[in-house]
Design a protein around this ligand. Structure first.
Ligand code: THU
Length: 129
């Protein structure tokens, strides 16, 4: 996978945010990932009356990865419904790391970075016995 169409990925993240269920925070979040087979999977946040149970957009995107054929994340973009760049929260960085590894690319306010940079010294599958 040599090139990533970041503008398309960002647009698809914004489009996914339109499906968000966020009656509590009011923040629509969308995530889009290019996968290693070239397809794009997306996700949106799904909140809950028990606030802490909310699913982040990256979580539902991880489900989509598995439900639509598996594989690995190559590049990830997260955006609000209004198009603002949002960084994946700490838990979601761990989820992206699991399914994309240290070389997975992430759209950040500092430009495109690797997961190695976004989650340094990560705990990962290689740390398990
Ligand atoms: N949220 C995400 O979807 N992804 C993140 O990485 C950070 C936060 C959602 C969860 C909640 O529905 C809303 O943003 C406000 O925290």
């Amino acid at each position: 996978m040599s090139t990533v169409d970041w503008e398309s990925l960002r647009r698809q993240a914004v489009a996914a945010a339109a499906s968000a269920y966020c009656p509590y925070s009011g923040l629509r979040v969308g995530a889009a990932a290019l996968c290693d087979d070239g397809r794009v999977v997306t996700g949106c946040n799904v909140e809950n009356a028990a606030y802490g149970v909310a699913l982040c957009a990256e979580c539902t995107m991880a489900g989509q990865l598995r439900l639509t054929g598996g594989g690995r994340f190559v590049a990830v973009a997260c955006r609000s419904g209004e198009g603002e760049l949002l960084m994946p929260c700490g838990r979601c960085r761990q989820i992206i790391y699991e399914l994309g590894g240290p070389d997975c690319l992430v759209d950040t306010p500092r430009g495109v970075l690797t997961m190695r940079e976004v989650l340094p010294d990560a705990f990962g599958p290689e740390d398990l016995p």
